[in-house]
Ligand binder design. Structure first.
Ligand code: HAM
Length: 423
């Protein structure tokens, strides 16, 4: 019996892990410069958390959630996204006490049961940040700046930022009414999903992939025309701050985020050239969410992006990321005695953080030298009969061919030479 990986998932193979390390390290470095600290939440949560926050009308909750019942009959779900768990943890750990702002970032797998295709997986890996504690539009812009600076900092060029405002709950009500008025005469022509959306959340019709619905939606009213004064002002301030931060954006009144919790600012970074799943990242403000899941009325804003689409874009622009490292030194021993001599030192060398390879299965000098060259090691360290006698080892620069004998006692000289690439 041979087992295969579940559909819509993938292994990160050893040759790919260095590039994961790199994009994660760059993300951490940048967000920490903005004062964000990492939060790690469980991979599963009570299913109701997502129903209350992401919304029962959203596909993410309705169709895509991996739900399960545990042995005591409790309903859980693999997290489809990170915002609701972060908000849950914020409330549960009383993070509002003692500081008015909380800046959090997270990294980790999310799960959605969707049809897999390029850039869309059932388990995918998100990076995200959440700023909790202020309705100041400055923070909307700062969050967007983090995302933009991260992606462009990696070297990406073929991307653009789309911005919209979905208003507050008051303007959303007005807008929903306008949408219902607009769609009413076409109700019979809409797909069954959209007929249901019409009642529950008419703006989701704008996002429908069925051609007939898309055609009808083309002339639908837009939210921006239904913003009340404070929301209009907020939106214009976000744009002002983005201008100050020199973050280019375009206004797309058609952005409908897939999750229900957004208020005011909504944005996406789109990458041209990676197929249909071209949203590299998305986010927005969610002023009602914390209150909805049992917390105080605390405003918040954030974003998340998927690394899979990020890698697709990096490949598209031929931006190279590191591959597996080469050994700094490759140990070559001739005979058992040489092996006995070097193994204790080999441990010391590795504990010093030097990447040292040793392949004792290869007996002959020729085979070991070949392996050292193939590994692209910087140095070879040879221990043969002569070296045994002198308790020493011969260090050879594999590129220049230069070599020098080093005493093993003390080993510090040899270690220093390898660390500083002095030979
Ligand atoms: P989202 O737009 O649902 O937002 O997902 C954010 C990003 O995750 C997408 O832009 C995409 O890069 C990636 N992603 C989503 N689904 C998949 C998938 N099936 N396969 C591969 N990548 C995927 C959220 O998740 C919100 N929590 C973002 C947020 C944070 N809003 C406020 N704070």
């Amino acid at each position: 019996m041979q087992y295969s990986i579940p559909r819509g998932t993938y292994d990160i193979l050893p040759e790919d892990s260095p590039k994961w390390h790199r994009v994660i390290a760059e993300f951490r470095k940048l967000v920490e410069a903005y004062g964000y600290a990492e939060i790690v939440t469980p991979i599963f949560e009570q299913a109701a958390l997502f129903e209350r926050s992401s919304g029962e009308s959203s596909d993410v909750v309705k169709k895509e959630m991996y739900r399960f019942t545990d042995r005591k009959g409790r309903e859980f779900a693999l997290r489809p996204e990170g915002t609701a768990p972060v908000a849950r943890s914020y409330i549960e750990n009383r993070m509002d006490i003692g500081s008015s702002y909380t800046k959090l970032y997270y990294l980790g797998p999310m799960f959605r049961y969707d049809r897999p295709q390029a850039g869309r997986y059932r388990q995918f890996y998100q990076y995200g940040v959440e700023f909790i504690g202020s309705n100041n539009p400055y923070y909307d812009a700062e969050i967007i700046a983090i995302l933009w600076n991260y992606l462009t900092g990696l070297g990406l060029k073929k991307l653009h930022l789309e911005l919209n405002s979905v208003g507050c709950s008051v303007c959303a009500k007005e807008y929903d009414k306008a949408l219902r008025d607009y769609f009413q005469p076409y109700l019979n022509q809409l797909c069954p999903d959209c007929q249901e959306r019409f009642e529950r959340k008419p703006r989701r019709i704008l996002d429908c992939k069925v051609k007939e619905c898309g055609d009808i939606a083309k002339k639908a009213p837009i939210q921006l025309d239904y913003l009340d004064e404070p929301c209009r002002e907020h939106f214009s301030e976000v744009q002002h701050y983005l201008d100050l931060m020199k973050i280019p954006f375009i206004i797309n009144p058609r952005i409908v985020r897939g999750l229900d919790y957004y208020t005011n600012t909504a944005f996406e970074v789109i990458y041209e050239g990676i197929g249909a799943q071209n949203a590299l990242a998305g986010g927005g403000r969610y002023n009602g969410l914390l209150n909805q899941i049992g917390g105080k009325n605390i405003p918040a804003v954030g974003f998340a992006g998927g690394f899979e689409r990020l890698f697709l874009s990096l490949n598209e622009e031929k931006i190279t990321l590191p591959g597996p490292p080469f050994p700094e030194v490759f140990i070559i021993t001739i005979g058992r005695e040489a092996q006995e001599l070097i193994i204790p030192y080999l441990n010391i060398i590795r504990v010093k953080g030097i990447y040292a390879e040793y392949e004792p299965d290869r007996a002959s000098l020729k085979a070991q030298l070949k392996a050292a060259n193939n590994s692209k090691a910087y140095y070879a360290l040879l221990i043969g009969e002569e070296e045994i006698k002198q308790k020493s080892a011969l260090l050879k620069n594999l590129e220049s061919g230069e070599q020098k004998l080093y005493s093993l006692e003390p080993i510090s000289d040899l270690i220093k030479t390898i660390q500083n690439k002095e030979l």
